[in-house]
Design a protein around this ligand. Structure first.
Ligand SMILES: Cc1cc2nc3c(=O)[nH]c(=O)nc-3n(C[C@H](O)[C@H](O)[C@H](O)COP(=O)(O)OP(=O)(O)OC[C@H]3O[C@@H](n4cnc5c(N)ncnc54)[C@H](O)[C@@H]3O)c2cc1C
Ligand SMILES: Cc1ncc(C[n+]2csc(CCOP(=O)(O)OP(=O)(O)O)c2C)c(N)n1
Ligand SMILES: [Mg+2]
Length: 575
């Protein structure tokens, strides 16, 4: 109630504030320094999900955040509990995902004494959090929580960590929600461009004959999907997407070219290299996207719309920057963009669609080999009618998923892009399923990455979550093997990978499973998984030495792609 003061422990204030922030679930693991908070959980309606490793908690919070746009919350104890969170925090930081991590800390009087399970976690996470707090008094718990949620979600989202000493949890104070409202001088998440920047941008768009929109993750963060589609249609501009932008424009949209970058389709990269204008919307010109910067889109003027001023001219020098929230900026810009028909440009792009990575596999007859691409294509066909969320891990399977699964809506793909964190998929999928219980959630994971966090299978069972798992089992750390194949004379050092019998492993957790070795068995297995009312794990034993094409080698220009040496079949026109 407004202005009403109550006396409570810091621990109770913590849960009270989380509830008021709208939190329904937290992912965590207890220990000594956070025990007062766990003890106070009995007063709260928040559901705590016990994970098997604190890294899992952070990825779950991240998956929850990416599935919904809401802040995901993870909680752990001090020392090893806190350090186990580091990978998940860095993952969220690189991909601008809003999570709040709460850690217990030793008593404030013991700080700096190498006390049992003391780690300076605010020091450790300083460079990988958007902001962090060390709270040593019960009075500071509420303001820290409120600020943390505001910072995590506003502007460019990101992870925030709050480290709360044991005595701050145990101590009591008067508190009041209103008085704890965030007051952050100097934090300006609401920038907007100057009128001249709009004028200059419009001029470039109207002059351009060969424009391309580069659609990034910021589109879904901003909720600007409709505005981007409207801009593309109004000005007849084709759209290339980053890995994290997939789904922001329907894959089936006639202006959607597909993914750009290192493993983007050849025609997409060639189109970018030929463009005379790049309109970068909520994307940060990652090096996987640009290739060698020296000859990146050499003839193109560049307009960059991004909420973070630090991204402007960071990697690619641009002609016009519009700094602010993308949706707001497009609202301003759209009515002033001239309606244009650029059919010559669009037709010339269509002609570039010669041989493609996608089509040569798609048209491959069933010759007894099971390719990862088969699994992904069939998964797409089997789940496309439903609101499926595909959560991928990192490696070759991640790239095949990006190439072959046609994402029709935002947030239908969750993947670790910037940090490329193996072990992300299974826990992130748990977070996504908790956030969206009505969605069909699938993990697409390599045999390597799965073994990094497979202990979270127990979390799925304990929480009774229907998460389906497709292991793309190629017997290798496939993406690294691919680099060895191309750049290290096929010296497959440390990449052949022995795995447990995944089916027996699933059995040990009480999870149903299947093993698939033939193309013909893919669809029946996928259907069995969907029909089963619990989680199911499918071990897809695929071709071992398959390669992701095309590939722009590190340091090469975007148009210098390594192509499949012998196209598997001559391609006919697809779709
Ligand atoms: C094995 C592997 C291979 C990869 N290969 C490729 C590849 O071939 N192609 C590819 O594209 N990626 C690839 N990636 C992913 C790549 O590393 C980057 O993660 C990805 O390109 C980043 O996409 P992004 O810039 O759209 O998203 P982010 O990195 O999330 O950047 C989003 C941008 O949007 C801005 N933003 C956020 N909110 C708003 C808002 N409200 N308004 C305006 N702007 C906003 C942010 O400030 C930021 O600059 C690969 C990753 C791995 C692990
Ligand atoms: C935590 C972590 N360690 C190492 C790497 C480097 N790495 C990138 S892809 C890859 C291989 C992944 O193998 P697997 O999970 O089997 O997937 P595949 O490439 O075979 O589909 C490795 C080791 C990484 N991205 N993350
Ligand atoms: Mg593998």
């Amino acid at each position: 109630m407004k202005g009403q003061k109550e006396t409570m422990t810091g621990a109770r204030i913590l849960w009270e504030c989380l509830e008021r922030e709208g939190v329904k679930h937290v992912f965590g693991y207890p220990g000594g320094a956070i025990l007062p908070a766990y003890d106070a959980l009995k007063h709260s309606s928040i559901h705590h999900i016990l994970v098997r490793h604190e890294q899992g908690a952070t990825h779950m919070a991240d998956g929850y955040a990416r599935a919904t746009g809401d802040v995901g919350v993870a909680i752990a104890t001090s020392g090893p509990g806190a350090t186990n969170m580091v990978t998940g925090i860095a993952t969220a930081m690189m991909d601008s995902s809003p999570i709040v991590c709460i850690t217990g800390q030793v008593g404030s009087k013991l700080l700096g004494s190498d006390a049992f399970q003391e780690t300076d976690i605010t020091g450790v996470t300083l460079p990988i959090t958007k902001h962090n707090y060390l709270v040593t008094r019960a009075e500071d718990v509420a303001p820290a929580i409120r600020e943390a949620f505001y910072v995590a979600k506003s502007g460019r989202p990101g992870p925030v960590l709050i480290d709360i000493t044991k005595d701050a949890q145990q101590g009591s104070c008067e508190w009041d929600w209103e008085a704890a409202a965030p007051r952050l001088r100097g934090y300006r998440p609401d920038l907007s461009p100057a009128p001249e920047a709009y004028e200059k941008a419009l001029e470039l768009i109207h002059e351009s004959k060969r424009p391309v929109i580069l659609a990034g993750h910021g589109i879904l963060v901003s909720g600007a999907e409709h505005e981007v589609e409207a801009l593309a249609e109004r000005a007849s501009i084709p759209v290339a997407l980053t890995l994290l932008g997939l789904g922001t424009l329907q894959a089936s949209h006639f202006l959607n070219l597909g993914m750009m970058g290192m493993h983007g389709e050849a025609w997409v990269n060639t189109t970018i290299q030929k463009a005379d204008l790049l309109l970068a919307l909520g994307m940060r010109f990652d090096d996987r996207v640009t290739g060698n910067l020296k000859n990146y889109a050499p003839n193109a003027k560049k307009i960059h719309v991004d909420i973070d001023p630090a991204e402007i001219n960071k990697n690619v020098k641009v002609d016009v920057a519009l700094v602010g929230d993308l949706r707001k900026i497009l609202h301003e810009l759209l009515p002033r963009v001239e309606i244009k028909d650029r059919h010559e440009w669009l037709e010339s792009i269509h002609h570039l669609k010669g041989d493609t990575a996608v089509r040569d596999i798609q048209n491959l007859p069933d010759n007894g080999h099971l390719y990862a691409a088969h699994v992904i294509i069939d998964l797409w066909h089997e789940t496309r009618e439903r609101e499926a969320i595909i959560v991928t891990d990192v490696g070759q399977h991640q790239m095949w998923e990006a190439q072959y699964y046609k994402h029709e809506r935002s947030r239908s793909l969750i993947t670790s892009g910037g940090l490329g964190t193996m072990g992300f998929a299974l826990p992130a999928a748990i977070g996504a399923k908790v956030a969206c219980p009505g969605s069909d959630v699938w993990v697409v994971v390599g045999d390597g990455g799965f073994q990094m966090t497979m202990s979270e299978l127990a979390t799925i069972v304990q929480e009774n979550l229907k998460v389906n798992i497709a292991i793309i089992n190629n017997g290798y750390l496939g993406m690294v093997r691919q680099w060895q194949e191309f750049f290290y004379e096929k010296n497959y050092e440390a990449t052949p990978l022995l795995s447990p019998d995944f089916s027996k492993l699933a059995d040990a957790f009480g999870i149903r499973s299947a093993v698939v070795k033939k193309r013909g068995d893919v669809v029946p297995a996928l259907r069995a998984a969907r029909a089963h009312d619990g989680p199911m794990l499918i071990d897809f034993q695929v071709e071992q030495e398959d390669t992701v094409y095309p590939m722009v080698a590190a340091g090469a220009a975007l148009h210098e792609m390594i192509r499949r040496p012998n196209p598997l079949v001559e391609t006919a026109e697809d779709e």
